[in-house]
Design a protein around this ligand. Sequence first.
Ligand SMILES: CSC[C@H]1O[C@@H](n2cnc3c(O)ncnc32)[C@H](O)[C@@H]1O
Ligand SMILES: [Zn+2]
Length: 436
Amino acid sequence: MSRTTLIHAGWIIPMSDEPVVLRNQVLVLKDHQIDAIVTPEQAQDMIADEVLQLPNHVLMPGLVNLHGHSAMTLLRGFADDLDLMDWLNNHIWPAEGKHVSDEFVYDGSVLAMAEMLLGGTTTINDMYFYHDAVARAGLKTGMRTMVGCSILEFPTNYAQNADEYISKSLQDAQAYQNEELINFVWAPHAPYTVSDETFKRVVALAEEHDWLIHCHIHETAFEVEDSVKQHGKRPLQRLDELGVLSPRLIAAHMVHTNEEEMALVAKRGISIAHNPASNMKLASGFAPIQAMLDAGVNVGLGTDGAASNNKLDMFADMRLGALIAKGSTRKPTDVKAYDMLKMATINGAKALHLDDKVGTLQAGKQADMIAVDLSALATQPVFDPISHLVYAADRSQVSHVWINGEHLVAEGELTRLNQADLLANAQHWQQKIAAG
Ligand SMILES: CSC[C@H]1O[C@@H](n2cnc3c(O)ncnc32)[C@H](O)[C@@H]1O
Ligand SMILES: [Zn+2]
């Protein structure tokens, strides 16, 4: 039987191309889908199973976290104040070698997804090991999950070599073929950990299985310089020659990108996942986001993992991303509030080829949406809700979250998950990891 909910919202921001703010309108939610946006007068004649009054709230599409490693919540605060290669080689990879297992990934991913849901994230583009555990966490929490199947040339607890990463990924994906909210993506880790031969295989497999590709690219100056030493070319050029650059690719970071490369990225139709907090914390540098947008590149927003951010807070990263874009170029008009809001919603959906389903509030789309309560003192008065969402609001102001029409956060509380269980589990892992 079909179920209708009428949501009366103070402001509705559908995230169309131009900044549109609808005042005091009603969104009609029918089962999994957005049915219409109507006036309160039109809504009066409608029969509904539920009516929600959200007079001080913005209703908008859910946030799309375009780059993350969910399970790394269990390593949050484990190694701070280091640059990327020191952090990975001397701290994170040894710790992952000791602790990462199916259980670690499931528990860490559920914790991450709970944190993200409470903060208004409705899609995560993940990249980690033990893909079945990530997919199970997505099903448990109700999060729309892109399960990134990592591939490296060296052994980890999950697999011994590229062949094994690939065969396990294909096997893991089989069980989830009919799950609406779970999709699988190839995730070759980075140009410095994946060989030419494996990249070529990934391109062929992506075409064969119609999967996207998600890869860390040009994250640090060291990565680019080292590639020039090892291969005689910058990573992007190497990947272009290997056929990796296409609209299937989501390039995480692209901090060190020159003008020629931006033009190539635009020409190849690649999307970029910008991770401002992780780039600042690992001291990787400032990605030239406005220049990329000007070049016509689709740029989305990501948190990266909780071990390098250390929050999974898209509101914090929208604010940080918009501020550092201006500070780094000394141009106040760079990455305006609405540009950033697009990055965190529709641009992310486009990168994941999900924009026919989510990313905007439009009739016929799946209902991935959030309500943000602006009645807090910190977001008063309201001249422009778009400004507040990017520059003033906090994730704690997210009051309601729906994914595919399911109400997963209501009045700021998780509806499916028990917070006390999540806390107990996090403490269990803290003790285990601290014991070495
Ligand atoms: C194969 S994906 C998981 C792999 O990536 C590591 N990782 C986490 N954050 C970053 C980053 O910003 N750059 C490069 N690699 C990263 C993570 O620890 C896993 O080993
Ligand atoms: Zn990453």
